[in-house]
Write a protein that binds this ligand. Sequence first.
Ligand code: ADP
Ligand code: NA
Length: 350
Amino acid sequence: TFKPLVFSGVQPTGNLHLGNYLGAIRKFVALQENNDCIYCVVDLHAITAQLVHDDLRGQIRSIAAAFIASGIDPKKHIVFNQSAVPQHAELAWVFNCVARIGWMNRMTQFKDKAGKDRENASLGLLAYPSLMAADILVYRATHVPVGDDQKQHLELARDIAQKFNIDFQEKIRAAGTGVDMVVGEEPIHGFFPLVEPLIDGPAPRVMSLRDGTKKMSKSDPSDLSRINLMDDPEEIAKKIRKAKTDPEGLPSELEGLKGRPEADNLVGIYAALADRTKADVLAEYGGQQFSVFKPALADLAVHVLSPITSEMRRLMDDTTHIDAILKDGGERARARAEKVMGDVFDIVGF
Ligand code: ADP
Ligand code: NA
């Protein structure tokens, strides 16, 4: 069997928001306790949708600062940026040849990001999930904490690993670097693990504060739609006060949130921030109006986020510390990736 290893990444594009925090970064922090973890700022992904950026280096540092400010320990685990380890791109190339074009065409994120003019989207945007599979598998990582929006990409990573394992089965056996595993019912000797997504909690997908049917996103043109990690307490309170809701108050049971995406989202956010279940939150606030619940939610959000915000500010004021963390993490990640990539080249026959 494969040794358990956690890997995840965040793109250095735009402001980090509450969805990134609750869907990803907070889980990264919790998983450090009992796992070996690798957390990556995925800068190669940043140029898939938009080629030229104003200050990519600054964006990379700010994601790393958010990791550290949230409580990730870069000494026990690994924090680095993707472009520092060329093996990500090397394995992505092999995976581009494993994956089928039809698989990529089915990705809903590609359809969303490419929009109507698909022929004019970058080839990198289409191949994004192949690079994401390489990010994970170049360490033979087994577990990936992400938001619910990444579920389809993780299934694709499993498909890629499975096809590689099956197509190269004899080569893997000959190289002696594989692991006995079962695919479906069939015992095979595989090289890559089939990754397990870690998607759970009361708010696996945090929705926009302006539209409960859209996910909270860095690219939403309305700043009122999201709470940014760098927002000050007044901004957080204002955005929650202005969050879209329906005229009814809070129900006392989960049933009552059905068909009310905005109410469901706010209760989910409260529950996630408080480390409680939604049912538990409704037991407390059921029957209350949003005029009572929203200020309580704002206080809670400020309480959780403000220590992170101030630590991020401190880290961004003097970048030598963050740069040293990224350099050290890059070297340690590279040492691991080189070994796996050597085995992959051996299997492929280069
Ligand atoms: P991408 O744009 O490629 O999905 P991001 O850098 O935006 O990558 O996302 C980083 C992490 O934050 C991912 O694990 C993603 O699942 C998570 N995430 C992003 N938006 C949300 C959201 N609205 N709710 C929950 N998780 C989210
Ligand atoms: Na996302």
